[in-house]
Structure formats: structure tokens, C-alpha cells
Ligand binder design. Sequence first.
Ligand SMILES: *[C@@H]1O[C@H](CO)[C@@H](O)[C@H](O)[C@H]1NC(C)=O
Ligand SMILES: *[C@@H]1O[C@H](CO)[C@@H](O)[C@H](O)[C@H]1NC(C)=O
Length: 194
Amino acid sequence: MQLLKLIATAVALIAGVEAAANFFPVDAVGNIAAVRDDLGKGATHIYYQARNGSIVRLCTSTSFIQDGPQNCGSTEVVPANEVMYGTPITAATLWTSSGGFDGNHVYYYSPDGILSEYINNIQAPAHGPSCTQCVTNQRFGVVNGSVALYSFADTKTPGMQLRVGFESVGSPGTITEATFNSNTKKWSLSVLPN
Ligand SMILES: *[C@@H]1O[C@H](CO)[C@@H](O)[C@H](O)[C@H]1NC(C)=O
Ligand SMILES: *[C@@H]1O[C@H](CO)[C@@H](O)[C@H](O)[C@H]1NC(C)=O
């Protein structure tokens, strides 16, 4: 082990990168979404699909370069049976008008191709078909094989809150946005206009 570490250090030095003396192991099968946690300086929430298929959350108390340790366990937030293997993952953070944290909203695909959401600041169920607040409940279908997905919080546009872009079965060949309206508290779909 010690020898391997020395070799790794030597290789890293040759490559001109910083060799990590000690690191938190992560085995992600697809892309990784991260959002800043503005409650701490440089604090981060990271979401990825683990080898066993579940979505896992990691947190750091500050940035990597500031040596912020992984400090929220390696928490499974969505079980594998609710997540498509190889799903894209994206995340957006909401803030209340008074500046309070209003949740991380994480988007991914279910095994049967439904646009799905996990919300990290609400009481259970915070994911799956029984999460009434989650977009999952709307059963918006994703084009088979598509791994296109984005999300962001849009709180400057009146009525809007969350916008999630994906390739919808209703309109293949373009981008459809699922939009959460903060006044009606409802999701709706709209296609990228020409
Ligand atoms: C899946 O893997 C993650 C990351 O290693 C772990 O936290 C989680 O407990 C595992 N889930 C199951 C059901 O074993
Ligand atoms: C999706 O596409 C794959 C590969 O083409 C196919 O095997 C699978 O049956 C399709 N799934 C659905 C729900 O159409």
C-alpha cells in the first residue's frame, strides 16, 4: 500500500498534478451534479449515481482546495429501483425571498424513462411517485436512450421557479422544459419555440 502510494505520488508529480495524500473514494457510473451550499463558504453538495445504481449525496464543508472534508456520510438519497442505470443527473438550488435555503432539487430518469426529482429539504417522501411535490408525479416521459438533461432556478422571471430541460416523448427532436410555477405550484411543459 505504502509503495503504491509512493508510486502514485511519483506519477502525479511527473504529471504536474497535486497528489492526494488521502481522499474520499467515489465510484460514479455517470455524470456528477454539484451545487454550492451558500450556508458555508465553499461548501458543496454533490450528487451522483453509485455503482449499485442508487443516487448518493456527498457534502463538503468548504472547497476541495481548502481541504473541506466530505462531511455528510455517503448518503443514499434515492434507491436504485427508482433510478435508470446510466441516468444523467442535474441539480438546482432554491432560495426563499428572504435568503433562506429552500432545497436542492435533483433531476434524473427513472428506470421506465420518467423525468424524476429528489428534493433534499422536505420530509419523506422526497423522491419517487409518492412525492407529491416532485415532478416525478407528473409522469413526463423521456425519449428512450436520451441522456440530455439540464436544470436551473429561475427566480427573476415572475411566477417561475425551476426549469428542467430534457427530450420529451411528446416532442422528440428538440428540447422541452418542465417549468414549476411558484404561484400555481404546478408543473407544465413547453417546447423550445422556433
Ligand atoms: C450503494 O452505494 C452507496 C455508495 O457506496 C452506498 O452509500 C449505499 O449504501 C449503497 N446502497 C445499498 C443499497 O447498498
Ligand atoms: C429503448 O431502446 C432499447 C434499445 O434500442 C430497447 O432495447 C428498449 O426496449 C427500448 N425501451 C423502450 C421502453 O422502448
